[in-house]
Design a protein. Structure first.
Length: 94
């Protein structure tokens, strides 16, 4: 299964743009915490989203477009970091 599909994020194109502009659903944040095994508070700090804002977003069900952009960018960085870690562990540098 494609990484973006597991999170509920289209990988590119118009669908991604529309979703980001309207605001990612909160469930994408929850999936990110599970996929990368991160505590919600820690991920919130990484995204510069306060705990009180996370509570409001959970209740509302959606993030705003700026927060959605940060979530998308963080997901791509975390994904790349995970890929790099896998590659490095399968090819020891000695």
């Amino acid at each position: 299964m494609c990484f973006g599909t597991r999170l509920g994020i289209p990988s590119q194109g118009d669908q991604l743009l529309i979703l980001a502009r309207s605001g990612f659903p909160f469930v994408i944040f929850e999936r990110l915490t599970r996929v990368f095994q991160l505590d919600a508070a820690h991920l919130g700090k990484l995204l510069s989203i306060s705990s009180s804002t996370l509570r409001r977003r959970r209740l509302a069900g959606y993030f705003n477009p700026q927060e959605s952009d940060r979530i998308f960018r963080a997901a791509m960085v975390l994904r790349q970091d995970r890929k790099s870690t896998r590659l490095n562990s399968s090819h020891p540098g000695y």
